[in-house]
Design a binder for this molecule. Sequence first.
Ligand SMILES: [Zn+2]
Length: 694
Amino acid sequence: MSTRTGKRAVSRAATPDQPPAKRRAEDQKAPQQQPDNHFEVQTTIKKHYDFDWIHTVSGFVKLKQHHDVTATHFGTGASLPPDASAMTPRNASEDPEGLEGSKLEDSDLEDSDDMEDSDVKDSDDMEEFGEDSDSAPGKDAIGGCYALLMRPNRAIFYDDMEQLSVETSALAFELFDRYGRLKPEFKEQGVKSGSGIWKHELDIGRILLLEDIRIGKSFRRQGWAKKLVAAMLQATRAKCKTFVALTRPGVIYRDYGTLKGSLTDAESDRFCAEELRVTEVFWRSVGFRRIGSSQWFGLASTVNHACHTLPASEDYDLPKIPGLPCYPAAGSLLADIATLKDAEAADKVRQVFRDAPIPTPPPRDSAMDSLFVAIETERDEECVEKLKLALDHLPVDDPRYEARDSDGNTVLHAAAINFKPKAVKWIMEKNALLVGKRNVEQEIPIEALQNRLEFHRTISGSSYLTVIEPASDKFKGFSTEMVDCLCILGGRSNVSEIDFQRLTCGCTCGQCMDGFLSPRMRYAVLCQAEMNYDMMFAENGYMEGSDWVELNDTRLVHVPDPVRENMRTNKSMREGHTNLYNHIATCLKSDKVPNTFNVLEALRNASEWPPVTRNFLERGGNVPSVGSMVFELALIQDELAGDGQHMEVFKDDIEVLPECRNDHEFGFVSGMCGYKRVSNIRKVSTFGSPMSSE
Ligand SMILES: [Zn+2]
């Protein structure tokens, strides 16, 4: 699989925006316009050989033949079967821009967990039309499409997706949070939500990731890609009722690679921009719509989803990069070269560029360019000196304040995302207008900083294709420079100590205790401390010591072995351990984080008699062995990280509490209390043995 997952899915479709007369003329030049009733689309769904939560979905355009009846057949002579046409635009073989959106018929199929394996023989046909597809389309396949139908465990979403491929990692990190929920900026009102049609449908259920679609050069512009996608969706639909299909249109390297050598940089940029535009037109023509302002496109299987009613022409387009030239549409450039030999294709590209000359980009100001480099690489104080040299003498309306880097960042964006508070302050005092300028991602400087911080907290430190401790669990808070930048950009001066702590810990509710323990997390941990105290206390009353230790096996995993053995025969040790749960609850009820210091203070205030907890602590027991466990128990019942029992039982109490970014960050919060960073991901070494997280 790894050979294809790194490549962007891409396809060729007839481009719509070329005058019909010209298109006909090109058609005559296109080689091998074969009658297509010799071919048909076949699909297979198979269990993934490594992961039980994945099925692979493959589709091929093949010569018609007698074959296994389990394959889905879409001959092109006839119209698509009713359900297939329901997945595609009504006018699938015509102008793709003219559609109003595809419709899915709801079906009565159960969304069954045990999808049956189709017993179609193993097939590596994807490779057969691989590198030599231009002239000879393998044995009998002239095109193919490859997809993964996934049901990842949302509690360990990043971990599941990272193990698969670079493409699935990118999907996970670019669109989702650690619990597999679509990132809030794509859902909530604002420029980053794009068309605003994607909400919670991506947070649950199956994902069909269309990774690769290819049609042999001689067979492009005949509608095969559309039929292939329709068949893939139809086959998936027959297996499960609800899913969202996702793809990231991009430039197919294999086609571009052979051309690249004969193009200038400017031509190359333009070629890629144009190819991307055409592939986006294709995916929209088969019903896909952009997810927020991301590079991903989605199609939901549910009939009433807004993606089916949003016209392609009104789907969200990413803004052009400021400072880079906007090319006029090059029409059928891509469709043309798709059917040409490479040498002719290079000529054709140059011809088109001569016909529509590339506009001269605005001249780069080299002084400003080096200023951007300085902001990125030099110390804060030096940045301020460089800024003074470059900008101090300029009036506020000087165009140099509008200078951008290749991501469309102004100097203020750059200073913010490189965590240079003194530079941020200097720029804001000099030119306050920059506070409201947007970059390519449509972010004003403070939003760019917030997203950079979220990246820092969630992803940086992760490495693709390895089993890792989630970066979010290792988080220890943002640096002073990062928080200073946030305060200055947000216009907040005289920030109190606790508010500074909250900003440092990424709190979004403004109520986190010590900056990191949110009201919902506090409540979850309190529930566990109280319930488990009650249970163990009761069991202590009527159970034999060794039975009690056996029964509480899992609660005692962090207790040192000799202490656990001692607890079999020593009732006061068992009571001391149990009472610690109660002291933790006392801490939380008096609005103190349950760290060792505060728990010991609660113990002192309790004037416990007989002093069983002191006894437990003096004979080798410790507070972290219980503190870590309380967080672990809360994690196990969390609605995102665990089985959801906590929410089921205490829904009404929970929902009146404010939400915070820290609500489900059990590893972070337990670590901040000085305990083990608890996690639901079983870490194993390369040799398969369990690894500790600390
Ligand atoms: Zn908070």
